[in-house]
Write a new protein. Structure first.
Lengths: 461, 208
């Protein structure tokens, strides 16, 4: 059944995903810098070796002690390999721009990547954000999740034009310089694929939070309000929908309600302080706040104003939610409130009883998160978590909860409430309402079981 | 200038406003990004700088567009509005399918790298042990969407390469193999919107 849910030109079967994840975990378990490290090296000072930064510190100290005069580490993605001196206080460091060309690189000791899972094709494909190591609110642009239907388009921004036509007073086209001349706005907002959790409806399938929840990320998005551009062309009376079209090989199209477009949609050309990445739609994408990610059409080249939805493939045969009676929910745009504990999470090992700070993310397409509760006993009792600000509408919100683990079995859960009063449901409640063939929009409460220190993905409701 | 009055963003508290229209004005092309000599032990990460030749600032362009300029695009609605000219028969479509589609979707439309295209009627309602089989035949509510998607995004290795005639023809062939249109059917902008898909009434608006 899971295989059929994933049946399309790209996404792999649940078995493929499990296999890819297992390969990833096998390597991570031998890596002392990984949160999934299972090595049996003694732990210093009885401190729970919980956080990646502790591990990294220990690793770096170890490396420096062993190095004479310096050792080189394996090159990691996004980094420049540098020789580690025995004592960095006794030598000059690397010169400015000496080996990074003026565009910085991350530390060679960092290895997070978003692309974990093999696909039938690399073009109709996806990649997952490594939430297990996430901190704060912002996802680095290079770790933002992806979903493409025909690969990443390569577009010269000086040749890119956005056409706006249909039920308008005057059809116009805008080049990038023109779009950037309009007053810009910027907002921190999450994006989430409605397929996030696709493997987890019936039973726990993937082991890590990257696999179960990694199709969501938060960036600061910069752009011009879509309403500004629509006002430039003048929308005619009777118009109700827009067709937004991408300039990729899928010429991806979705119908967007005009009311939503006028309310808060952006034509985004900036992400986290620089131009959006090619895989995020360079040079300009639509951003539809709080709605399922595929509506935020990338490489946006055309907007057609109309009086009805166009019933494109992506809003009929895909991204519709099949119910038990055989009918399907269509235009299920909103990403309902959802939360997940990112630490500790599936695949990690808690070495000994003691203090742990549970940390996670909560978000809602309807607005702000007002409350997150954490349970360590599988939902029997709940306690308020701390919302670590800023708490922004339609944005990942970091929560923490202090936990003294007594070494006994525990089931960790988080449950969020948004400003509309919507409370995150259990997976069981969702299944009761929508059955097991709904594919999209799984926002149920995630359960991580802690048993013998091993953290695993379970269904518990 | 107050952007909150003309952009319509509902949540003003989260809005930080750039009132300058000259946001792009500070970009200065780098003249000499290759003067740094990479040391021998390091791989050069500056190999792309040769393509970043200094460019003049792009002039902002907002221009009226004519119908002829818009002819490069296409879109379609279930009522057939905007469908392009052209036509194709089931028989023509069989040839196009074999050449362009079968390698991914299977000789019998049974699926492969690409999804299965036919079959699955009556499988949508949940029955334990029998997963739904969602295909053009069993699930897609509008025939216009079939043409639109084929014309737009298929065949996967060469998207958008089919002529209108070939796209109509292969649409006719798939609908025929799905037992929705007869063997002698011809699909064009008049006939396609009239095709009654089996799951036409299978969707309800989630009330976004």
């Amino acid at each position: 059944m899971a295989d059929d849910r994933l049946n399309s030109a790209g996404p792999p079967s649940a078995d493929d995903l499990r296999e890819a994840e297992e390969q990833f975990l096998a390597a991570e378990r031998d890596d002392p810098a990984s949160p999934y490290y299972l090595g049996d090296a003694p732990v210093e000072n009885d401190r729970p070796p919980s956080r990646r930064r502790f591990m990294l510190g220990a690793m770096a100290a170890l490396g420096a002690a062993a190095a004479a005069p310096g050792i080189a580490y394996a090159k990691t993605l996004g980094a420049t390999e540098r020789t580690v001196p025995a004592d960095p206080t006794k030598v000059q460091g690397v010169g400015v721009k000496e080996d990074d060309g003026g565009y910085g690189v991350r530390s060679q000791f960092e290895s997070d990547v978003r692309d974990r899972y093999a696909n039938k094709t690399n073009q109709s494909s996806w990649s997952f954000t490594p939430l297990q190591n996430s901190m704060g609110l912002i996802t680095p642009s290079g770790l933002h999740y992806e979903r493409h239907h025909a690969g990443i388009a390569t577009i010269d921004p000086t040749k890119h034009e956005l056409f706006v036509h249909g039920m308008v007073n005057q059809a116009k086209k805008f080049n990038m310089a023109a779009l950037k001349q309009f007053p810009a706005v910027w907002r921190l907002m999450f994006l989430e694929c409605s397929g996030n959790g696709i493997t987890e409806w019936e039973k726990p399938t993937l082991k890590t939070v990257q696999g179960t929840h990694g199709l969501t990320s938060t960036s600061e998005w910069v752009g011009v309000p879509l309403s500004t551009i629509l006002n430039e062309v003048g929308v005619k009376a009777g118009a109700k929908w827009l067709l937004c079209e991408g300039g990729d090989g899928a010429v991806m199209t979705r119908s967007i309600p005009l009311e939503k477009a006028m309310r808060d949609c952006l034509l985004a050309y900036g992400q986290n302080g620089e131009a959006i990445r090619p895989e995020q739609g360079y040079p300009v994408r639509l951003f539809v706040p709080g709605y399922e990610g595929n509506m935020s059409i990338k490489w946006l080249r055309r907007i057609e104003v109309a009086d009805a939805p166009f019933m494109t493939r992506e809003e009929t045969s895909k991204y519709t939610d099949l119910l038990p009676d055989g009918t399907a929910r269509q235009f299920s745009f909103l990403m309902d409130a959802k939360s997940v504990i990112t630490y500790p999470s599936g695949g990690m090992l808690l070495r000994q009883p003691g203090f742990y700070e549970i940390s996670g993310l909560a978000w809602s397409g309807s607005g702000k998160i007002v409350k997150v509760e954490v349970s360590t006993d599988g939902g029997r009792t709940w306690n308020a978590a701390t919302l670590n600000g800023p708490v922004l509408p339609i944005c990942h919100t970091r929560f923490t909860f202090p936990w003294q683990w007594d070494g006994k079995d525990a089931v960790l859960q988080s449950r969020c409430t948004d400003e509309t009063g919507y409370v995150q449901p259990t997976i069981g409640q969702l299944v009761k309402e929508r059955g097991l063939n709904s594919t999209y929009h799984l926002n149920g409460i995630q359960s991580w079981k802690v048993s013998g220190g091993e953290v695993s993905n379970v269904h518990y409701y | 200038m107050s952007i909150t009055t003309n952009c319509g963003l509902g949540i003003a508290a989260a809005l930080i406003v750039c009132t300058s229209a000259a946001c792009t004005g500070s970009k200065k092309p780098e003249a000499t990004s290759q003067t740094t000599q990479p040391t021998t032990a390091q791989t050069t990460s500056a190999t792309t700088s040769s393509t970043a030749a200094p460019q003049p600032m792009q002039q902002a362009l907002i221009a009226d567009v004519s119908e002829s300029e818009l002819a490069q695009f296409f879109s379609s609605m279930p009522d057939g509005r905007d469908l392009p000219a052209g036509s194709g028969t089931v028989m023509q479509g069989a040839t196009v399918y074999a050449a362009q589609c079968a390698s991914c979707h299977g000789a019998m439309l049974e699926g492969g790298i690409g999804p299965k295209l036919i079959g699955g009627r009556g499988t949508l309602a949940a029955t334990p042990g029998n997963p739904p089989v969602k295909t053009v035949e069993s699930y897609w509510p509008y025939a216009t969407t079939v043409f639109d998607y084929i014309k737009r995004a298929m065949p996967f290795p060469m998207p958008g390469s089919l002529s209108n005639d070939d796209a109509y023809a292969v649409t006719a062939y798939i609908l025929n193999q799905a037992k929705i249109v007869p063997d002698d059917a011809t699909m064009n902008k008049e006939t396609l919107p009239k095709v009654e898909m089996p799951n036409r009434n299978g969707f309800k608006d989630a009330g976004h």
